[in-house]
Design a protein around this ligand. Structure first.
Ligand code: ADP
Ligand code: MG
Length: 153
């Protein structure tokens, strides 16, 4: 299937990707943000949420202990950090299905909820690449092609 690779040489380019995705995504889209600790998942999520909010200084704390933080914006956005999730099925108790149906879901540590994520998700993996990162997109073909058109990549 289609895989998209986008180099992210510095933090600013990760933030720009988040801002660009804010324009491409719609309610009903789920982005699984994969990658090691320090890969840039929260940096990207914060930029995306601030862009949807149109508030460049909006507080976007990592939902490390609450596991999910929802933002009531133009499009509702829910930001998950599943690092501390117990059993994978517990993601459903966080309201994932409703949040995914009605807004944008950004999910850090999606591997913790293996088997319980919406079927039409896009996986955005951030990998170390020299001093920078590379973004690798895979998953839902219709959402990927919308992202590709919107980002002109
Ligand atoms: P994660 O949520 O994946 O653990 P964070 O976003 O909290 O990662 O932290 C990522 C770190 O990497 C931050 O210090 C950020 O400035 C830096 N960073 C983000 N994107 C890039 C990039 N493309 N190139 C270099 N450093 C980056
Ligand atoms: Mg994080």
């Amino acid at each position: 299937s289609d895989v998209l690779r986008l180099p992210l040489p510095d933090e600013a380019s990760t933030m720009t990707l988040g801002e660009d995705l804010a324009l491409a995504l719609k309610a009903g889209d789920t982005i699984a943000l994969s990658g090691d600790l320090g890969a840039g998942k929260s940096t990207l999520a914060r930029a995306l949420i601030r862009a949807v909010a149109d508030e460049p200084f909006l507080e976007v704390p990592s939902p490390t202990f609450t596991l999910v933080q929802s933002y009531d914006l133009r499009i509702p956005v829910s930001h998950f950090d599943l690092y501390r999730l117990g059993d994978a099925s517990e993601v459903l108790e966080l309201g994932l299905d409703d949040l995914a149906a009605n807004g944008i879901c950004l999910i850090e540590w999606p591997e913790r909820a293996e088997g319980y994520l919406p079927r039409q998700s896009v996986v955005l993996t951030l990998e170390q690449d020299g001093d920078g990162r590379v973004a690798i997109f895979s998953g839902s073909a219709p959402v990927l092609s919308r992202i590709r058109r919107s980002l002109a990549i």
